[in-house]
Every structure is written in C-alpha cells, then in structure tokens.
Design a protein. Structure first.
Length: 422
DNA sequence: TCTGGGGTCCTAGGACCC
DNA sequence: TCTGGGGTCCTAGGACCC
C-alpha cells in the first residue's frame, strides 16, 4: 500500500512574522493580501475572534480596533525564503517530496516503518531549527492525508500528528463523518452545492456513494476523489522538477488608473516579472495574454483579454513587452477606471535546441541573452527592481499599497534581523 | 432515401487548489 | 471609499481529416 504524509505549516504567514517578532506570540494577527485588500492569513487568536479567510479588510476595521488585532501587509520575500528553508528540512525525511504550495508538502513514505514516529520527528525538527509549527497527516492516499492533517491541527491531544493507518474502521468512519463534504480536497463550492442536493453532506457520505454513478453524473475527478476516500491511491506524486505550463503576473492597482500610458507601464512591469520567472524556469514562451479589468463590483464592469502569438518562441523581456503592449492596445477602452491588469505567458517550451526561425539572426539572439542575464543577475544581487526596463515608469504611482509591511528579514541586506546582545 | 463513422487537435471555459 | 495573486486539470464543442 502506498503511504503519503502531508506536512503543513500552521498559519504559515502569521508564524513567519512571529519568528522575527516574538512579541506577536499569543496575539491575534491578520496578514493582508497585496494592496492590503483582504485577509489572506490569520493566527488562531484572530480566527477565534471570527475573522474569516478572504474577508475584505475594510469590513473588519472595527473588530481590529476593538480587539487590538495586529495587522501586517504580506511580505512574500520573507515567506518565500522561509518556505524554501522549511521544505529543505522536511525533504530530508523521505525519498520523494512534492512541494505542493508555499506552506505544504507531500512526502512519499511507502515502505517506511513507524510513520507516526517520522511525523513527530519532522514536527520537532522544523520547530527547533526554524521556529515554525507544523502538523502532519499520514494516510494511504493524498486526499485522506489532507483530512488527517486538518484533524491533527484541530485536536491538540494529537500533538500535531495523525496516522490514518492506526485507526480502527469505526474511527475512520467517524473521522470522515466529522468533515463536511466541502472540506474534502477537490470539492469546492459548486460541487458542494450539487452534492447537497443529492443528500451528500459529509466526507463519509461521499465515500459511501457509488463511484461509477458519480463519475457519470459529475466527472472522473469526482470518481478519483471517492476512490481516494476509500483508501485507494489514484493521485500520484507529481514530479516537481517539471517546469510550469504558464506564468501569470498580475496586480491590482493602488489607485484608479484611466490612462493608457499608465496601463502600459504596469503591463510592461508585469511582463518583466513574468519574463524573469520564465528564464528562471529555463523556458521560452510562444504566446502572451494580457487582460485588464475595472472593478468587477461595478455595474458596468469591463473585463477583456487578448492573446498574441509570437513569430518564434522567446524569453527576451523587450521582445515580450512589444507584444504585450500590442495586446493591451487592442483591448484598451478610453474613459474607464481600471483596477487591475495581468499578463500570462503561454505555450511554454524548454529553452533547448529551439529551432530559430529562418529570419531570426543568431547574433541578435546571443546579444539578447547576455542582456537578460545581466538584468537577472543584477536584480538577484542587489534586490528586485534595481535594474528595470524604462517602460515600467519611474514613479509607478499606480503601484500597490502595503502600509503595514514588515522588513524582508532574510532576503535583503538592508533589512536583516538585528540581534540585540544582552 | 433519409443524412457515415471514426479519429485528432485545439480552444474556451469551468472548477478546483493554496 | 476600500474586495489577492498564482497556478492546474478536465470537458465540451468545433475544425479538420480520411
């Protein structure tokens, strides 16, 4: 039988902030999304006060004042760096690891012994070495490992680890009964509603439903989920070395944007960022999609996107920008108040042995390669944004707000944590 | 008389995840 | 007044082929 562990950091962003600011321990904390728009992470204390995930910040301002909730703008440089460290430590425990998100990773434990013991060791080591709390769920399928992880988080008696294999059939059934069907991995809001109409409201009821019939009624994805709930693995470990299939860079603006010129600056910057990621993956893009939108909450909301295909695949920022701006101009409508724009690189291919088009000169290609290397190296060494494309604009007054940001303790020389001698 | 029967590839859109 | 950003996978339907 296969065995998987899901290791998940508890309240990851909030926990990262606490590592560098211990006075935040035991205090309610919320972390805000880019632009300080809504809540993307909460400490347990904030959850207990009723702050919901994803709630717009302006809706909880009185709650924040009333309970002295600490408000922090998200600091992705810090979280990304801490994440890399955590994943490295966790990865030492198993022959195969799949980093599933910034704060979660699956381990392949098939054939290993004392799985719960391994879970405890992981927990202890991450706490000791990095100061971050994690929980571990262990089961013969990823879907069950997810549920076990959630249970390990909510019952302190379990000390952060739950091994599904150690439960009796009756306990397994009770565990599944304790979860609403929407809590199951792969069952979102739409499916939850549809399942409810069939009288399926818990993870247990879903497990007991007929996979074939459900496959016809819904899709093969549903069938897989049911099979996984029955303890038969059908969602394998993914190869994490595979390059991404698309790269998206988008942001809401810090203020209303009407001007085409400002949109061009934004799109230029997003394209630069996406191109950096593209080169980091060692990929080339064949197409670019650009979208703009007004606030979707307006009555006459406008949202449009355009895709442009390149004459040949490329990772050259200047080249990509040219097409991005072309796409933008085709969808720009004057007089609207834009709130967000985004750029997606599509149809990505590995940057090896690419056939150059007939009229594409070798010399130009080498030159652009050196230029892009210089750009990436400078930005890596001196911090993002040290060197940028002129079209991004200097002021960037449309950029996001981040009023409550903490320093980039681990990734920027200017902002290193200071240790005070006693 | 009664509209072939497969196949493949591509795309848009839906649903999900964190 | 204020509502995130970055991904994946699946399906249905159209275009095209023999």
């Amino acid at each position: 039988m296969e065995q998987f562990a899901l290791v998940d950091c508890n309240n990851f962003y909030a926990s990262c902030e606490r590592v560098f600011n211990p006075s935040l321990r035991e205090k309610p904390i919320v972390i805000l999304s880019n632009n300080d728009g809504c809540v993307v992470a909460r400490s347990n204390e904030a959850k207990a006060l009723g702050v919901k995930m994803g709630v717009p910040f302006f809706k909880i301002t009185s709650l924040v004042e009333q309970h002295k909730i600490h408000v922090i703008s998200s600091n992705y440089a810090l979280y990304g760096d801490m994440s890399a460290r955590v994943m490295k430590v966790i990865g030492e425990f198993a022959p195969a690891q799949e980093v599933y998100s910034i704060d979660e990773s699956f381990l392949h434990l098939t054939g290993m012994r004392d799985l719960a013991g391994i879970g405890s060791q992981i927990r202890t080591r991450v706490k000791d070495w990095l100061g971050l709390p994690v929980c571990v769920g262990i089961a013969p399928t990823k879907t069950l490992a997810k549920l076990c992880n959630a249970t390990a988080k909510s019952y302190s008696k379990l000390e952060g680890v739950l091994d599904y294999n150690s439960l009796s059939d009756e306990r397994k059934a009770r565990l599944l009964q304790s979860f609403e069907v929407g809590a199951v991995w792969g069952i979102g809001r739409r499916l939850t509603d549809k399942l409810k109409m069939l009288g399926i409201t818990t993870a247990y009821a879903l497990r007991e439903s007929d996979p074939e019939e459900m496959s016809k009624r819904f899709s093969v994805v549903m069938k897989r989920t049911i099979t996984e709930l029955r303890g038969i693995s059908c969602i394998d470990m993914e190869n994490i070395d595979e390059a991404r299939k698309q790269i998206l860079s988008s942001r809401s603006f810090g203020r209303a944007v009407v001007d085409l010129h400002e949109l061009e600056e934004a799109v230029t910057m997003y394209t630069s960022r996406a191109a950096e990621k593209l080169r980091g993956d060692g990929s080339l893009a064949n197409e670019i999609n650009v979208y703009v939108r007004t606030s979707p909450y307006l009555q006459d909301a406008y949202a449009e996107s355009a895709t442009v295909k390149f004459p040949h695949p490329s990772d050259d920022t200047m080249f990509l920008i040219k097409y991005a701006v072309e796409a933008l101009r085709s969808i720009y409508k004057p007089g609207l108040v834009y709130q967000k724009a985004g750029v997606t690189l599509l149809n990505l291919v590995p940057n090896e042995g690419q056939q150059l088009s007939l009229f594409h000169s070798q010399a130009n290609d080498a030159k652009s390669k050196r230029m892009m290397q210089a750009l990436d190296q400078t930005n890596q060494k001196y911090g993002r944004g040290s060197l940028f494309i002129a079209g991004e604009g200097i002021n960037k007054s449309w950029q996001i707000r981040a009023e409550y940001k903490t320093p980039a303790y681990t990734t920027s020389w200017d902002e290193l944590a200071i240790v005070h001698a006693r």
